[in-house]
Design a protein around this ligand. Structure first.
Ligand code: GTP
Ligand code: MG
Length: 452
């Protein structure tokens, strides 16, 4: 059955931490290699049925528990084993050496998961989700990655592909009879199928904006005038001394980014250089960067020094608001340093203002709730595309389908339309790996860790 002739091994747990370590082995020689390295109390790995757990000894090294799997019922679909030993880097490296002497070779990054894909245990989107599940650090990231790993997302794509295949079949049916000048396919039906598929495809492609926010953190830019307390706020939100704080205006010059989970959602906070006219070359570059970060942010926190004069406050607010994309970005104005200001007045109406003190922590719980409430809307939606490769494929499928739709409007011959349809099918197939190349696979799996 197996596609691969060699047997691979690698540590599946990070070396040097924890009480136990796991070494993974997969391939046709697995059981023979295990029997050469481990002496079991009774029986051998070769004789053991799949899903058995055996206790044994590695001479002069360790006592281990070995889980044994038989093809095709294993992660990779091959004969496989997991040796559970004590988590000493010395034990793990000695064990790997002995496995190599017994005929195994060290696995490349992602090679176990790559084998699982090639052996049909999971499709490409699911294989990619393995890395996402492991990396998930918030409930929302975990939910999206698990849905992809369990195949929910793949099923949706397969469904979409089936609709397109049906479309192609309808068109080709017409092609076969085109000599006789008969229109078999019902154009209205073609149109309905096409519109449904196209809008579904676009919806998935569009979900990447949010999906990316979930995976890499909802980007929140902290902006405002120099000395307004942006870095102090960043540190308070992170509960960590991440950025340098000082009473010298222009302290932060480069952007400082850090992630943090609030209410189960991952946020990526971006502290920026204070906005002001400056002659300093480096500071000007920092301010340019600030403007770029504002445009990438989902949420913008505009920090205002409430102890400033009303004129300075109005100027600061205008400086921030002018840079916003009001339709897609949420802006929260923060009147900071309220521990020292008597009251806060801002002449600009219509913008939500929260009174806080980054220094004492006053009002920060309210800010946290406002942030997670906004992000909560983000997470309510169904399938989210979190992978840039998938988003690109979905966009190209959407464009191809639009071309089919245009062609249909202009009465183009079916063979031309069918070509665009095929390219949409190819794009969708590349996500789940029905259509793929070694190069793409190499690119994807090389980003995995060894042992995955
Ligand atoms: N009283 C009071 N002081 C604050 C508060 N927040 C910040 N500060 C002080 O304001 C000064 C500037 O704070 P930073 O956090 O460095 O300000 P910034 O906006 O990052 O400044 P730049 O990086 O120069 O743009 C420091 O002396 C802080 O201790 C606050 O809520 N209350
Ligand atoms: Mg700063």
């Amino acid at each position: 059955m197996g596609t691969f002739f060699d047997t691979i091994c690698a540590p599946a747990t990070s070396v040097g931490t924890g009480a136990v370590s796991l070494v993974r082995i997969s391939g046709p020689q697995t059981h023979a290699a295990v029997d050469r390295v481990v002496r079991f109390r009774s029986g051998t790995a070769a004789d053991a049925p799949g899903y058995s757990l055996k206790f044994g000894e590695i001479a002069d090294l360790d006592e281990v528990l070995v889980s044994l799997f038989r093809a095709p019922r294993s992660y990779t679909g091959e004969d496989a084993a997991e040796i559970c030993c004590h988590a000493s880097p010395f034990i793990v490296s000695s064990l790997l050496e002995r496995l190599e002497e017994a005929g195994c070779r060290l696995a490349e990054p992602g090679e176990f998961t790559r084998r699982a894909f090639v052996n049909g245990r999971m499709d490409l989107a699911q294989a990619e989700a393995v890395a996402d599940v492991i990396a998930a650090s918030s409930a929302e990231q975990h939910r999206v990655a698990m849905n992809q790993l369990r195949g929910g997302y793949s099923a949706e794509l397969r469904n979409l592909r089936r609709q397109l295949l049906e479309l192609t079949a309808l068109m080709e049916l017409e092609l076969d009879f085109s000599e006789e000048d008969v229109e078999f396919a019902d154009r209205a039906r073609l149109r309905t199928l096409l519109d449904t598929a196209c809008s579904h495809c676009r919806q998935l492609a569009d979900s990447f904006r949010l999906g990316n926010a979930v995976k890499n953190g909802v980007p929140v830019a902290i902006v405002g005038a120099p000395n307004s307390g942006k870095s102090t706020l960043l540190n308070a939100l992170l509960r960590d001394d991440r950025a340098i704080v000082s009473d010298i205006p222009g302290t932060t010059r480069d952007t400082v980014e850090e992630t943090c989970v609030i209410g189960g959602v991952l946020f990526r906070f971006i502290d920026t250089a204070g906005i002001r006219a400056s002659d300093d070359e480096i500071e000007r570059l920092g301010i340019e960067r600030t403007f770029r970060k504002i445009s990438e942010a989902e949420i913008v926190l505009g920090v205002i020094d409430a102890t400033d004069s009303p004129a300075a406050i109005a100027e600061a607010v205008d400086g921030i608001v002018g840079k916003l994309e009001p339709k897609s970005q949420k802006m929260i104005l923060l009147a900071n340093k309220m521990d020292q200001a008597a009251a806060f007045h801002c002449r600009r109406s219509g913008l939500p203002v929260m009174e806080i003190s980054a220094k004492t922590g006053q009002g920060l719980d309210g800010l946290r709730s406002a942030l997670s409430a906004h992000a909560g809307l983000v997470s309510a939606s169904g399938t989210l595309v979190t992978n840039a490769r998938h988003a690109a494929a979905l966009r190209s499928a959407t464009n191809a389908l639009r071309a089919v739709s245009d062609g249909l409007d202009r009465g183009l011959p079916n063979d031309l339309l069918a070509e665009d349809l095929r390219s949409a099918l190819t794009a969708l197939g590349s996500i789940t790996g029905e259509i793929t190349t070694d190069e793409v696979l190499g690119e994807i799996f090389s980003k995995f860790c060894i042992g995955k």
